[in-house]
Design a protein around this ligand. Structure first.
Ligand code: SAH
Length: 573
């Protein structure tokens, strides 16, 4: 919940605008501001105060505890010009909140956290728990001092500045004073050391009916401690479907802050385990729960099955086993939108900044180069190398990297997502970020041509036989569907567009509106509205999409409009 506090009329208006923009996410605190700030600080994860920073500093100072748990606080000035991230920039996500407030109010976000203002990722923003001297090591990273990166387990890290290096050959006389260690092993961070805890451990849990959460948690903590493993690296608890709602298991997971994953008894029975047993086989149909559930997705068994111990001498009610799951890289398939920077989504921007490796066509890389973190490895290639780009991206993710594979518009529309996912197996995480595809960018320029059923058809017969394309155009023509042609015409492919238009003309009037948009949302954008009979194919090239209306599409006030339904049209005519 985001607490909203104001003292003046202008501030109250700001509160209302934020509340309207974020339904269900905010609570307005009325009354004396001191009281309001104190209440909100205790009740909300974040605060936006329409008050002077000085006033807020005085009010929150006595309330501040720990930067990991304090709420994030953003201050907005009376004129609504600045959204200042005051405290909790990372832990309380105030830096991000300042951006969001800025977007809603048109205010300039003010962020003073050193790592955020110079593009170095905050060590506490990497999506996994972190221990040690975050401030000291961040300072060393920023100051360009050498920092050693010691990764005992593979985890997709974002780009780090070039002074962060892997350990050099044995015999290096002056190892860097600062270090970032990536490990799931127990160790107290040394001086000037940060330990990142990637979510590598899967804890399989078996529990008798009514097993207490404390007994399960005790067992897990003891097992991990004896094996020298950190509980901060637990990714999930795993068990059999029949135990999905077992209160002790659910509560243990809640207290650890991890999800419970469950599997069918059949699936678990098929897993090869070192310590099968007759009891669960008879009761639920698998000879192993803890070991099998931990191992079912593969990985290395670090702690074989253990039973809980009870002080009252009664039989153990829980078992656990611990597996280190195989390294998982991350492949983000990111659509950049049609070209304009403000049509690139915030999520796409975040993924670009999260990547340590960027793969894409050179002209698209140029479009977003300024957004990448210093140190991002860029693998760019020219037109036509799709398969190779897809293979490279997947191979880098398999090596445990955080990869962003980019495409214009939406990366899944006639673009890189399908060759990449055809190549990928389930040993990497894949994240798709949708983008504004050319058909939508063009439609917004033309008016409302896609108001009813519509299809996109690529006229490129490089990968698809012309007979297939023609069959689809014919089907769309017969079904009276609005059609947007991608890849409509190039120097070497000039007869396909006239042919496709001729097929549509068999079923639509010569006066049917046709929209032609070139370079939608780019600096040299142009568009025109014409008709099936009058379109001159010579004016169309590969930077263009062509949208042909259906039999109900009309030109109204220079805009292309497809009615939403025929009933509506009858009713209004
Ligand atoms: N993934 C892209 C499409 C790639 S196919 C997307 O979702 O938009 C390439 C074709 O897309 C081009 O030949 C052109 O027809 C169309 N296209 C892409 N960007 C465009 C833009 N900004 N303006 C007009 N057409 C565009």
């Amino acid at each position: 919940m985001i607490g909203l506090i104001s003292a003046t009329a202008a501030g109250a208006v700001g509160c209302e605008r934020l509340a309207a923009a974020w339904p269900g996410r905010t609570r307005v605190y009325e009354g004396a501001v001191g009281d309001a700030v104190r209440r909100a600080f205790g009740e909300c994860e974040q605060l936006v105060c329409f008050l002077a920073t000085g006033a807020v500093v005085r009010l929150v100072a006595p309330l501040l505890g720990d930067k990991a748990s304090d709420p994030g606080v953003v201050c907005v000035d009376e004129a609504g010009r600045f959204a200042v991230s005051l405290v909790g920039g990372h832990g309380g996500s105030a830096n991000r909140l300042a951006q969001e407030v800025g977007e809603v109010l048109g205010a300039h976000p003010v962020v003073t956290t050193a790592t955020d203002s110079v593009g170095v990722p905050g060590l506490d923003t990497l999506g996994c728990p972190v221990e040690g001297d975050v401030a000291g090591v961040s300072r060393a990273m920023l100051d360009g001092e050498p920092v050693a990166l010691q990764a005992e387990v593979t985890w997709p890290l974002p780009a780090l500045p070039s002074n962060v290096t892997l350990p050099t050959a044995v015999g290096d006389e002056r190892p860097p004073r600062s270090a970032i260690r990536v490990t799931d092993r127990l160790r107290d961070p040394g001086d000037r050391e940060v330990v990142l805890r990637p979510p590598t451990l899967v804890v399989g849990v078996g529990a008798s009916k009514g097993a207490p959460a404390d007994e399960i948690l005790d067992l897990i903590h003891t097992a991990l401690r004896d094996a020298g493993l950190s509980p901060l690296s637990i990714a999930e608890l795993a068990t059999v479907d029949a135990k999905a709602g077992e209160p002790g298991v659910v509560e243990a997971a809640r207290r650890l802050g991890v999800p419970v994953l469950t599997y069918g008894a059949d699936e678990l029975a098929a897993v090869d385990v070192p310590n099968p047993s007759g009891a669960p086989l008879a009761a639920i149909g698998t000879p192993s729960v803890a070991e099998a559930a931990a191992l079912v997705r593969g990985g290395e068994l670090l702690v074989p099955k253990r039973k809980s111990t009870r002080s009252d001498g009664r039989p153990a009610m829980a078992t656990c086993a611990v597996v280190r799951r195989p390294a998982r890289g991350r492949l983000a398939v990111v659509g950049l939108g049609p070209g304009a920077r403000d049509l690139l989504t915030p999520r796409a921007k975040d993924e670009l900044r999260r990547a340590s490796v960027l793969v894409g066509l050179d002209q698209y890389v140029d479009q977003i180069r300024d957004l990448l973190r210093p140190g991002t490895r860029i693998l760019e290639s020219g037109l036509g190398a799709e398969e190779e780009r897809a293979r490279t991206a997947v191979a880098e993710a398999r090596r445990g990297q955080a990869v962003a594979l980019i495409g214009s518009g939406d990366a899944g529309v006639y673009a890189m997502a399908s060759p990449a996912l055809a190549e990928a197996s389930d040993d990497i995480d894949v994240v798709g970020v949708p983008g504004v595809t050319a058909a939508l960018a063009a439609a917004a320029i033309l008016g409302a041509p896609l108001g009813h059923d519509h299809a996109s058809i690529s006229l490129s017969d490089l990968h698809t036989p012309w007979e297939v394309i023609e069959r689809r155009v014919r089907a769309a023509a017969e079904a009276d569907i609005v059609v947007t042609f991608y890849n409509p015409r190039s120097r070497s492919r000039d007869w396909q567009l006239p042919k496709a238009l001729a097929i549509l003309a068999e079923h639509r009037e010569p006066t049917t509106p046709v929209g032609v948009v070139r370079n939608a949302s780019r600096t040299d954008e142009s568009s025109r509205l014409t008709t099936l009979a009058e379109l001159d194919p010579a004016t169309v090239d590969m930077m263009t999409v062509v949208t042909v209306g259906n039999t109900a599409t009309r030109e109204i006030a220079g805009r292309m409009v497809t009615p939403r339904g025929y009933r509506w049209q009858e009713g209004t005519e």
